[in-house]
Design a protein. Sequence first.
Length: 245
Amino acid sequence: MLSDEWDARGRGGRRRRDRTPVARTAPPAADPCAGRAGRAGRGYPFAWTVVPWIEGANPNEETFDPEEWGTALGSFVRACREVPGMDGPVTTHGRGGPLTALDDWVREWTGRADPTQVSRDAVLAVWADALDAPAYVGEPRWFHGDLHEGNLLVRDGRLAAVIDWGCAGRGDPAIELNAMWGYVPPSAAQVYRDAVGLDEAAYRRARGYALAPAISGWTYYRDTAPETSQGALETVQRLNASLDD
């Protein structure tokens, strides 16, 4: 699947045919493996894929046990982390890239934030702690990068598939822990963290990865997508509170 995603985006200037490394480390849930990949042409400017339909529904706490949510999703993330790199491109900015590359972004949007709803100093304290955490120096790892409930499918009370791999890449595996403050139910957050199996430094960096889109999304979507804005605000509030945990 990761190889297909790379092909579809035209990365690396070549197509990979050997799927054996991925098959040997298949994650414990289905993914929308491309049945056909195509490139831009005939008036359509993007690469495209045709993928199979996967039956399932997006989870919520009423339909999917939170502990199972944390365990299953954490196991999936851990399995993806073990997929061989296959010479895939390494992320240098944004999700999974160095946090320092997001410094200007976070400071700009913190300056635009409504100080009557959150303390700007508290936001910058979370950010400073993330930047001060030891940087990731290991092998770049595959990540999904967008693990919210809209990209998860459950069936018969179990995680059935993880979809929408447009943000996938290789980099700091801490990026996947950012779901703890966004989309993993709070009651399952520690279970998820344990299942993912990363150290304290990764946890601290993950707060930075969660903060960057949340602090901007809260203000940016306030008028055009109030529900999205409110979710981002709640993430910022959870992150501020987590610094005292």
